[in-house]
Design a protein around this ligand. Structure first.
Ligand SMILES: NC(=O)c1ccc[n+]([C@@H]2O[C@H](COP(=O)([O-])OP(=O)(O)OC[C@H]3O[C@@H](n4cnc5c(N)ncnc54)[C@H](OP(=O)(O)O)[C@@H]3O)[C@@H](O)[C@H]2O)c1
Length: 250
């Protein structure tokens, strides 16, 4: 039986991916800070999914949990845990912004480190991080979130090249808008909003195909990529945060 460990797997996209892999016959473990989300969401057959309480920013904590689950073999580790903003802000709240960087960047690093301690000696395995199309361009109102997701994409692309020699695969997932507790806080329109189960199905296929980077939905992610190719003064004119009525504090 194949096995997958998913950080932040108790709600939203992580929950949908846990169900996707469990339904496909995998042994699944999810991990988060708050067990109550697991107890609420994982009922019926899904109660057989393993739970680990961890904070991805705690390096030792992540190592302990992944090492404990590795006794079942560790085919796939998905660094999905991430946080965003309740409110988009033109002036960064640096305390909160640093927390976003900590969870979204070091959370991924800690997860990858723990997975690779097992996968590199075994010369097999697959690590995946959930970045975002928000990492393709510096977006207004979410500087730390955009920056964290760009950083994660670059980490994945580099590791994809480096880890080939150890037969370890790397995939970076860049979703557009997915309907989850994270995005339900968004006050603005979310074009091409996708249901989490459909997103999980697409992500599962991309992982199966061992893609280096998978961004979706196609039309939305292509539009965001085109914005990235515009001359920066034109991009700035189109996206200026002066045009957007965000709050000043988070
Ligand atoms: N939804 C979207 O439209 C969208 C688009 C692009 C990318 N993403 C990315 O997809 C990932 C999942 O997001 P989501 O939309 O599913 O959000 P979500 O429903 O808020 O889920 C976030 C998960 O991460 C866990 N988590 C948060 N901080 C953690 C920490 N320090 N340590 C361990 N677990 C932690 C949460 O559980 P606890 O709070 O109990 O710890 C929860 O299980 C994130 O990386 C997000 O940036 C989402």
């Amino acid at each position: 039986m194949k096995s997958v460990f998913i950080t932040g797997g108790t709600t939203g996209l992580g929950f949908a991916m846990a169900k996707f892999y469990f339904d496909a016959g995998w042994r699944v473990a999810v991990a988060s800070r708050n067990r109550s989300h697991f107890d609420d969401n994982f009922t019926g057959d899904y109660a057989n999914i393993s739970y680990f309480e961890l904070d991805v920013t705690n390096r030792d904590n992540v190592k302990e949990c992944i090492s404990s689950f590795s006794k079942y073999g560790l085919d796939l580790v998905i660094a999905n845990a991430g946080i965003g903003y309740a409110h988009k802000t033109t002036t960064p709240n640096f305390d909160y912004a640093n927390k976003v960087l900590d969870v979204n960047i070091y959370g991924v690093q800690n997860t990858f480190e723990a997975a690779l301690e097992y996968m590199i000696p075994k010369k097999s395995g697959h690590i995946v991080a959930v970045s975002s199309v928000a990492g393709f361009n510096g977006l207004p109102g979410v500087s730390a979130y955009s920056g964290s997701k760009a950083c994660v994409k670059m980490i994945c692309e580099s590791l994809y090249l480096d880890l080939k020699r150890f037969d370890v695969d790397v995939t970076c997932i860049c979703p557009g808008f997915v309907d989850t507790p994270l995005t339900r806080k968004n006050p603005h329109p979310m074009p091409f909003l996708m249901q989490a189960d459909e997103a999980a199905r697409r992500i599962g296929n991309a992982i199966e195909k061992k893609k280096m980077v998978y961004s979706f939905p196609f039309l939305f992610s292509t539009a965001v990529k085109i914005l990235g190719m515009l001359p920066r003064p034109l991009y700035a004119k189109m996206m200026s945060s002066k045009r957007i009525n965000y709050s000043v504090e988070d």
